[in-house]
Design a protein around this ligand. Structure first.
Ligand code: BGC
Ligand code: ZN
Length: 371
């Protein structure tokens, strides 16, 4: 079968002919991959900054944002049928008995670091015509979502982050009282840092939860991403027009920050301006640059005197995949045009090198594998 693989030893990235996987256990399912999304992680792997082949393999088949169609099911995989559309999870558990997270099926919180991730760390990914894996890692999506379901995996980042945000904020009298027609985030203001796919999907999730949502990004407005942001009822603020230290004065008290850029300087500067009881969610993975200077006294004073919480979040569990599938259905009903326009291009498999090594233009670009 055709697949796209990186070869760390020779630092090359190639279309290869790989052996077809077959069902090895009764709970396995076999998928025909339809589409694979490309993200910053894939581009880092293609630059050989990141990414590890499976033990003993010379190459790693990449790709972790995917949509597949079930073509064959093992005798015990009774919840799925050929023809079902599924989005597979990315992370697989570590082998250690002592890892309570992995043993509980929450490898997204693995303690040991010995987890694997399909297409990223120690396990082949989804840029391949066929994939086999255990049915428990599959998330069924309605056929009506087929054209946007490849956005489920990047949306799980926001879903996991926001679930934790609600858990953390439960310690406060913070959420709106439950009233018909009033979403929980009502009367709170959220800032999304960055207008890439993770940021824009996060903004859609925040708007849906009732937050007044501001997307803060470098690019000057007007631009297509700013228009998309306005079309979902959020506000776009360019760092070019409003410097960070003036952001609070311009938009008001900041209750939530959903960081989706991986740019650490702007993130920590934002941390200096958030309000009382604020929660700051880090999702970006910055490359290693030089150290920067921070006003740590100010940060620490704020965190203590304003009851603030800062947390990081990576990967996602089953609950976040299910929430992403539900939310994507909602987004698509509310903002069909905006959701479609997150996908800026669909390309044949042969375009892999441009997409992985090129200038990264667009929002979310997709490789069509078997569609
Ligand atoms: C993926 C996650 C993964 C993380 C770290 C992200 O791009 O979406 O599933 O855990 O990279 O490898
Ligand atoms: Zn573990």
């Amino acid at each position: 079968m055709k697949a796209i693989a990186v070869h760390p030893a020779t630092k090359s990235i190639r279309a290869i002919d790989a052996p077809e996987p077959s069902i090895g256990s009764p709970t396995d399912v076999r998928l025909r991959i339809l589409e694979v999304g490309i993200c910053g992680t894939d581009r880092e792997i293609a630059r050989f900054d990141y990414g590890t082949p499976p033990d003993g393999a010379e190459y790693l088949i990449i790709g972790h944002e995917s949509l597949g169609e079930v073509v064959e099911v093992g005798s015990a995989a009774t919840a799925l049928r050929p023809g079902d559309l599924v989005v597979p999870m990315v992370r697989r558990p570590c082998p250690h008995d002592t890892c309570v997270a992995c043993r509980a099926g929450r490898q997204d919180f693995c303690f040991t670091g010995d987890f694997t991730e399909r297409g990223i760390k120690g396990r082949h990914g989804f840029m391949a015509e066929l994939v086999v894996d255990d049915a428990k890692y599959m998330n069924r999506v309605p056929a009506a979502l087929r054209d946007v379901a490849v956005l489920v995996e990047p949306l799980t980042i926001a879903e996991k982050g926001l679930m934790q945000m609600w858990q953390v904020q439960q310690r406060l009298p913070w959420g709106a009282t439950i009233e018909a027609g009033i979403a929980h985030g009502y009367r709170h203001r959220a800032v999304v840092l960055g207008a890439g796919p993770v940021g824009l999907l996060g903004a859609m999730a925040l708007v849906t939860q009732g937050f007044e949502t501001i997307v803060y990004s470098r690019e000057k407005a007007p631009n297509p991403k700013a228009a998309l942001v306005e079309s979902i009822g959020a506000r776009y603020v360019s760092a070019d027009d409003v410097p960070l230290d003036a952001l609070g004065r311009t938009i008001g008290n900041i209750d939530v920050v959903y960081e989706a850029t991986g740019a650490s300087r702007v993130a920590f500067e934002m941390l200096e301006v958030i309000g009382p009881n604020a929660v700051f969610i880090f999702t970006g993975v910055p490359g290693r640059k030089g150290p920067i200077e921070l006003d740590t006294d100010l940060l620490m004073r704020n965190m203590v005197l304003k009851n603030q919480v800062v947390f990081g979040t990576v990967n996602a569990g089953k609950d976040a995949f299910e929430a992403a599938i539900r939310d994507l259905t909602v987004f698509r009903e509310r903002w069909p045009q905006a959701v479609q326009s997150l996908i800026t291009g669909r390309f044949p498999m042969s375009a892999y090198a441009d997409l992985l090594l090129g200038d990264g233009a667009g929002i979310k670009n997709i490789l069509r594998i078997g569609a």
